[in-house]
Design a protein around this ligand. Structure first.
Ligand code: G3P
Length: 218
């Protein structure tokens, strides 16, 4: 399973990279506005961070609403670095742009996906990645993780190569469920990445080992 960080905060990404366990980054207009960074400069900086793995993937989202505008933005953003992946919304215009960008060998991520039908269309448009938002579905009383299992089953039925990025993750349990469903990628807020390391029995165990070792060495 690949782990992406869902943030535009450079220091958080650097900290994640220090673990050697982070495979990519996803951003969106909300995250960029929260980080208060210059969008294109931030994408360039994230794309060129030291310690990034060879297959580093950095999603940058278009803000145009029409196909031509999205294609232009996508081409411009993709020129920043080979690791840049163009995020397009799952709209008719977005998928037209996705198909055109895919045809130019530009990597794409169809985002704001809330149904299996949308995911089928993203795969047919040649999206490199599809991003179903599980937390936002849970928020409105639907089962976000069921969507992941459904998309995985459909993609497997047809051998689609589009990779599933589980997005809008709200808890470490969503990560576990993503793994059980066979999702290719989880994109998680840095706080949830930290929570994945934690278990009280690990802390208690380390403390006890250190106490016993110190007593033995005396
Ligand atoms: O990657 C998409 C993600 O950022 C959306 O998360 O918490 O705004 O639903 P959230």
């Amino acid at each position: 399973m690949k782990i992406f960080l869902d943030t535009a905060v450079i220091d958080e990404i650097k900290k994640g990279l220090e673990t050697g366990l982070i495979d990519g980054v996803t951003t969106n207009p909300t995250l960029v506005s929260q980080a208060k960074v210059d969008f294109k400069a931030a994408i360039a900086q994230i794309a060129s961070l030291a310690n990034a793995p060879a297959e580093w993937a950095v999603s940058a989202e278009v803000t145009a609403l029409d196909c031509a505008g999205m294609i232009n933005e996508g081409i411009e953003l993709a020129a920043i670095a080979p690791s840049v992946v163009i995020k397009v919304p799952l709209t008719v215009e977005g998928l037209k742009a996705c198909k055109a960008l895919s045809g130019k060998k530009i990597k794409t991520n169809a985002t704001l996906v809330f149904s299996p039908n949308q995911a089928i269309l993203a795969a047919k448009a040649g999206a490199t990645y599809v991003s179903p938002f599980v937390g936002r579905l849970d928020d409105v009383g639907q089962n976000g993780m069921q969507l992941i299992s459904d998309i995985k089953a459909i993609y497997d039925n047809y051998g689609y190569s589009t990779k599933i990025i589980v997005a809008s993750i709200r808890s470490p349990q969503h990560v576990v469920q993503s793994g059980l469903a066979g999702a290719h990628v989880v994109t998680i807020p840095p706080k949830i990445f930290s929570q994945m390391f934690s278990h009280p029995l690990t802390d208690i165990g380390v403390k006890k080992f250190m106490e016993d070792w110190a007593a033995f060495k005396k």
